[in-house]
Design a protein around this ligand. Structure first.
Ligand code: TYD
Ligand code: MG
Length: 417
């Protein structure tokens, strides 16, 4: 072999195919029987796919997936649960709580992935749930179970089985507090779909989002309620996160669009004099960068004195809002708390705020306005262009006072002075 430089490698040309000649059938989908889950998946589980379901411990991953297996098994589909976290007795008790009938569900408490693979080859289930990927291990990789090298190997093994056997494999992955799949972002690249479960302990509602989906849109959310008998889909979640009708100072209602749905939520802000050199900026349920940005715009463009104030922001009900339309109500909530004056009653808002202090267009104004009207709101503040769009579509109800907003500074003057 030559030293230095790469040795020349002779290779025969591999055949390529003509796309026109290729015959493929569409993916086969298996509805799970849980409508909200199917909505997020894009119509059901795709045969032979590998799906990751992530979420913080306690959010309800094991519960939801057991419900799926019980439902599928109950309709005669071969299903297998591989549990590295719970004993058969614990699974049995949970299944009972979920109102298990005869389901034909097979259970395996094994953590070595090669053995799990052998069981899959023997049993050939249509759907297999692995709870959780962090408990599986292989002697072929270094590190403890849950380490990056282990998870990479284990997932690779499961992927091969899913593809060769046409078994749909759903793996559970725990997520740390800061929202990362413990250890491996690498996992997200290996799987066909990544669903994340959001929600907070103490709140019954859960949001399921597709953050990656090779077989569907990533633009959909499913809404569930944790009940005494497992996760129940919430088909009309619009006002779910609005806890009551009274709005104190520091609260503003947003009509947010998450996925294809409109959710109304209360954004709460508390502004208090700080005793710290660097005042606190604490946000829950909203992106930290957006909070910093809106605070900066309020300081610089609307003249709000926030530099010596601690600022706490929260979205009620444990909801996480990703819609940029939450900027405007966030600004209103902060201003309302600083002035200690509540916003006018029955008022909601949506709109993105730019660094120049202007309120920018957000999509789906018509849907937002309709949902607000349906829930008894009589006034909405929104970007000029969004209002124009809704008017053109003829969907601004006559009883709704829709006010276009162009600039944050003049808006706050108008609302609070
Ligand atoms: P679990 O599915 O174990 O969460 P994860 O697998 O994500 O860690 O569910 C956790 C919580 O749900 C647990 O605190 C008990 C509660 N729960 C219910 O409220 N109702 C139910 O029917 C079940 C099975 C669990
Ligand atoms: Mg669990």
């Amino acid at each position: 072999m030559e030293s230095g430089g790469a040795a020349a490698v002779e290779a025969a040309a591999p055949p390529s195919v003509l796309l026109d000649d290729l015959m493929v059938s569409g993916e086969e989908r298996l509805p799970t029987g849980l409508e909200e889950l199917d909505r997020v998946l894009g119509g059901g589980l795709v045969t032979g796919s590998l799906v990751l379901v992530g979420g913080e411990p306690g959010v309800g991953k094991s519960t939801l997936l057991l419900q799926v297996l019980l439902a599928l098994g109950g309709s005669g589909i071969p299903v297998l649960l591989v549990s590295g976290e719970e004993s058969p007795a614990q699974v049995k008790m949970r299944a009972r709580r979920l109102g298990e009938g005869a389901s034909g569900l097979r259970l395996l408490t094994e953590t070595q992935v090669e053995k799990v693979g052998a069981a899959l080859e023997r049993d050939r289930p249509t759907v297999c749930v692995i709870d959780s990927v962090q408990t599986l291990w292989t002697p072929n990789a270094a590190g403890a179970p849950g380490s990056v090298s282990q998870i990479r190997q284990v997932t690779g093994h499961l992927l091969r089985i899913a593809k060769t056997q046409e078994t749909t494999v759903v793996v559970v992955g725990h997520v740390t507090k800061d929202g990362y799949l413990a250890g491996p972002r690498v996992l997200e690249h290996m799987v066909d779909a990544v669903l994340t479960f959001e929600g907070e302990r103490g709140h019954p509602y859960r949001l399921l989002r597709a953050v990656k989906n090779r077989f569907g849109s990533t633009n959909e959310v499913g809404v569930f309620q944790m009940t005494g008998q497992g996760m129940q889909g919430v088909p009309d979640p619009t006002a779910l996160f609005l806890e009551d009708d009274r709005r104190d100072s520091g609260a503003a209602v947003v009509a947010a669009v998450e996925g294809t749905r409109c959710l109304l939520a209360e954004i709460q802000a508390l502004v208090v004099p700080s005793s710290l050199a660097v005042p606190r900026r604490v946000g829950r349920g909203l992106d930290r960068n957006r909070l910093a940005m809106v605070t900066a715009v309020l300081t610089r463009k609307a003249g709000l004195r926030l530099a010596d104030q601690d600022l706490f922001v929260n979205v009620a009900g444990g909801l996480t809002v990703e819609d940029p339309g939450a900027d405007l109500p966030l600004a209103l909530a902060i201003a309302s708390s600083l002035r200690d004056r509540p916003l006018p009653e029955d008022t909601a808002a949506f709109g993105e705020i730019s660094l120049t202090g202007h309120v920018r267009y957000v999509a789906q104004a018509g849907k937002r306005i309709q949902e607000l009207a349906r829930r008894g709101f009589r006034r909405v503040l929104l970007p000029k262009r969004s209002l124009q769009e809704a008017r053109e579509q003829g969907i601004v109800p006559s009883e709704m006072l829709a006010e276009p907003v162009d600039e944050v500074r003049s808006l706050l003057r108008g609302v609070f002075e």
